[in-house]
Design a protein around this ligand. Structure first.
Ligand code: HEC
Ligand SMILES: [Cu+2]
Length: 357
C-alpha cells in the first residue's frame, strides 16, 4: 500500500481540506527507480554518431525552412510590386488600375444622372435656358478643368466659375449642402478626367452589371474625354478662368468690325437668332467669293455668334461672339461650293446649314 503515514484527524472539522502534512514528516522522494544502466552517463559511439547525424539534419531542416521563407518573401514582393522591367507584372498596379476603372465607370453614371441634362451627354454643352458651358473641349480639359478646380466648382456651385451669384448650376458636394458625397465627387472627377484612349463599360448602377444595348446586343461602352497627347499650340493663351471670358476676347482671328469693312457689291446673308436658336437654318451664299453675314442676336444679354465648319468639322470661319440685342456684319472668306454646317460657339446645339453655290 502506501508509505504515507496516517494523518492525525483535523483539528478543526471546518478546515478539512486540504489535508495538512504534519511538519515533522519529510516529503516523500525517490518514488521511482530504474535500472542503473539508465543512469549511465557515457554515450556509446553509435549513440554519439546518431546525435551528430540528427543535429546536422536538424540544421539542414532549419536552413531549408529559412530558405523557403526567404524565397517566399522575395517572390511575393515581386508578385505584389512587379518585376522590374516587366510591364503589367505588378498585382498592386493591376488592382489600382481596376479600381480607377471602377471609379470612372461609376462617375459616368453620376454624370449622366446629374449633369448631362445641362452639360450634354458628351459634355458638349447644351442650348437651354441654363446655357451650360461645354466641358469636353481639349484646351479646357488640358489645364482649366483640373481636379482641384472641379472639386471647387462642385463644392461651391456655378457661382465659383464667373462669380455669378445667380448661376444656374447648383452646389453638388454634400459638404456644402449638395446631393453628392465625397466618393461620388471623386468618381465624377475621375470620369471628367478619364482619357479617350481607354474604353470603359457602361454599368447598371443598381447591380454593377454591364448594360447591354437592346438593339445590337453588345455591351455599351464609353470613352473618356481627355486626349492625353493633346498639347495646346505654342503661344496659345491659356483657357480663361471664367468660361464666358473665352468668348469676350474672341479667339480665332474673327473680323469684329461691323458693316464698314464689307466691300461694296458683297453679297450679304442675313441670319438672326432668338431664344437660343437660329431663325434661319438654311441659307445660301455665293461660291469662290468673299461674302458677308449680317448677324442679328435678338436674345437680350445672351451671347451668340456664327461659326462655319466644313464637312470634316474643321472651323472655316468664326464670327465674333457678342451679346444681344445687337447686329454685327461678318466678312466671310471665299468658300468652295458645298454645304457647310454652322452653329453658335457658345451654344453648340444652335445649328444651321449654309449652301455655297
Ligand atoms: C442646371 C444646369 C446644370 C447642371 C445640372 C450642371 N451644371 Fe455645371 N454648369 C452650369 C452652368 C450654367 C455653368 C456655368 C457657371 C456660370 O458661370 O454660371 C456650369 C459650369 C460648370 C463647370 C465649370 C466649367 C468651366 O468652364 O469652368 C463645371 C466643371 C461643371 N459645370 C460641371 C458640372 C457637373 C460635373 C455637373 C453634374 C454633377 C453639372 N455641372 C451639372 C449648369 C449646370
Ligand atoms: Cu449662342
Amino acid at each position: 500500500m502506501t508509505d504515507q503515514p496516517e494523518l492525525p484527524p483535523p483539528a478543526d472539522p471546518g478546515q478539512r481540506l486540504p489535508a495538512r502534512r504534519p511538519d515533522a514528516q519529510p516529503a516523500p522522494v525517490e518514488r521511482f527507480t530504474a535500472a542503473p544502466s539508465a543512469h549511465a552517463f557515457e554515450l556509446t559511439p553509435e549513440r554519439a554518431a546518431g546525435i551528430v547525424r540528427q543535429s546536422s539534419s536538424a540544421r539542414w531542416v532549419g536552413f531549408l525552412v529559412t530558405l523557403v521563407v526567404v524565397l517566399f518573401v522575395i517572390v511575393y514582393y515581386f508578385y505584389e510590386l512587379g518585376i522590374p522591367g516587366v510591364a503589367d507584372s505588378s498585382r498592386f498596379g493591376k488592382e489600382i488600375d481596376a479600381q480607377a476603372v471602377t471609379s470612372v465607370e461609376r462617375g459616368y453614371n453620376i454624370y449622366e444622372a446629374n449633369c448631362a441634362r445641362c452639360h450634354g451627354a458628351q459634355g458638349q454643352g447644351f442650348a437651354n435656358s441654363a446655357g451650360a458651358p461645354t466641358l469636353n473641349e481639349q484646351d479646357k480639359l488640358f489645364a482649366h478643368l483640373n481636379p482641384q478646380y472641379l472639386q471647387s466648382v462642385l463644392r461651391e456651385g456655378g457661382r465659383y466659375v464667373c462669380g455669378n451669384a445667380k448661376s444656374l448650376m447648383p452646389v453638388w458636394s454634400n459638404e456644402n449642402g449638395g446631393p453628392l458625397n465625397y466618393t461620388q465627387i471623386d468618381d465624377l472627377i475621375a470620369f471628367l478626367r478619364a482619357t479617350n484612349d481607354h474604353t470603359y463599360t457602361v454599368r447598371d448602377p443598381s447591380n454593377n452589371e454591364p448594360v447591354v444595348d437592346p438593339v445590337t446586343g453588345k455591351e455599351k461602352t464609353f470613352t473618356g474625354w481627355v486626349d492625353p497627347t493633346y498639347k495646346p499650340a505654342a503661344g496659345a493663351t491659356p483657357f480663361p478662368d471664367c468660361w464666358t471670358n473665352a468668348f469676350a476676347n474672341a479667339p480665332s482671328g474673327a473680323p469684329s468690325s461691323p458693316a464698314a469693312s464689307v466691300a461694296p457689291g458683297t453679297v450679304t446673308v442675313k441670319i438672326s437668332a432668338a431664344n437660343i436658336a437660329f431663325d434661319q437654318t438654311d441659307v445660301t451664299a455665293p461660291a469662290d467669293t468673299p461674302f458677308a453675314i449680317e448677324f442679328t442676336n435678338n436674345d437680350a444679354g445672351v451671347s451668340h455668334n456664327v461659326e462655319i465648319k466644313d464637312s470634316t468639322g474643321a472651323t472655316v470661319f468664326k464670327g465674333t461672339i457678342f451679346a444681344g440685342v445687337a447686329t454685327q456684319t461678318y466678312s466671310v472668306p471665299a468658300l468652295k461650293a458645298g454645304t457647310y454646317p454652322f452653329n453658335c460657339t457658345v451654344h453648340p446645339s444652335m445649328t444651321g446649314t449654309i449652301t455655297v453655290k
